[in-house]
Write a protein that binds this ligand. Sequence first.
Ligand SMILES: Cc1ncc(COP(=O)(O)O)c(C=O)c1O
Ligand SMILES: N[C@@H](CCCC[NH3+])C(=O)O
Length: 415
Amino acid sequence: MDFFNYKDNTLFAENVAVSELAKHYQTPLYVYSRATIERHWHAFNEAAGEHPHLVCYAVKANSNLAVLNVMARLGSGFDIVSKGELARVIEAGGDVSKVVFSGVGKKSDEIAYALEKGIYCFNVESEPELERIQRVAKSLDKVAPISLRVNPDVDAGTHPYISTGLKENKFGVAIDDALPIYLKAKQMSHIAIKGIDCHIGSQLTSVAPFIDALDRLLITIDTLAEQGIILSHIDVGGGLGVHYKDENPPLPREYATAIVERLAGRKLTLLFEPGRAIMANAGILITEVEFIKTNQDRHFALVDAAMNDLIRPALYQAWQNIIPVTVDHTLESKVYDIVGPVCETGDFLGKDRDLAIQAGDLLAVRSSGAYGFTMSSNYNSRPRAAEVMVDGEQHFLVRQRESLAQLWQGESLLP
Ligand SMILES: Cc1ncc(COP(=O)(O)O)c(C=O)c1O
Ligand SMILES: N[C@@H](CCCC[NH3+])C(=O)O
């Protein structure tokens, strides 16, 4: 459910006409809906009900300060994977004591920064990382709260690039190796064991793999208890999918309810790390058709957004709906490839789309709120797009379009 709908053949973001936003801020333009973000966040939070829980929004999905600030005002926790993401959370007014730090390659300075700021927990992804955290914590005379990310070897049934819970993936430690690592952590002077964590992949469209993973974690939790290691939380990661085309993923409510039911009677705080399920359908990318051209009977709509703005189609062959901002019934519809100006054959936003459009029209790429702007780049020296947050009748520029001078900021000529 989102707040991007047509009224009289014109697309609206909440109560603002998208065409007005394009006129005001130019294109390419990311547009987010505050009401949608809040609705999705509450769906997770409310489904967990009375069970102690914390929704830790996965910052990587969309790290714009205004987005993080919306979460912060809701009382959200945050899942981060770098010092930069933690700095953003702080800048946006987020509560550091509700931050979990995931990621396979945490550097010592990142660990030190997180310890000094006082995060809730490190999601430790390997034994050498545990040793590094102990060393850094000792040098700072701090105790590092940790949870171990275990790899439950569950097939998430998603795209191979975004599946993370299999034995062969780089993430976490094999679940069978967890016990000795916890026993080692217990002996460490500056480590406090808090919980257990997993994240089996992204864009999952059924509850079953989550529950399989959860059951394996619960067995490990019981084994640890027999060894005198009592955990206070379980972090089930993120990964709940969204509707892009014909997927029919469970709603956040159904997913969270299934997990909470499994935890009934256990004194374990539940942590979620949703990214996509909150943000994907809370954002669209607006682009203008520059030219229509036909090569060898293939029709192309050349638009002003490109793979540098939204890389998901090029990287994962991801399908995102592309719709006209204003529907014109007088135009003939044709099958188009929607392509950008970047010099790569892989630079497309969509292929074989039936659209009735002409040069100068605006298109909206749906479901672009997650892994859209955060994965954008300056390839082909293209300034990154502007971002706008809509809130009812109001709209706010939450990131300026990059200027040309920003493209070479920090670079210098030889003396
Ligand atoms: C550790 C961790 N937590 C949470 C997420 C968020 O995932 P999603 O956006 O699929 O909910 C990711 C990314 O897949 C992740 O790697
Ligand atoms: N960036 C990916 C998802 C990877 C999730 C990262 N943990 C996407 O756009 O679908």
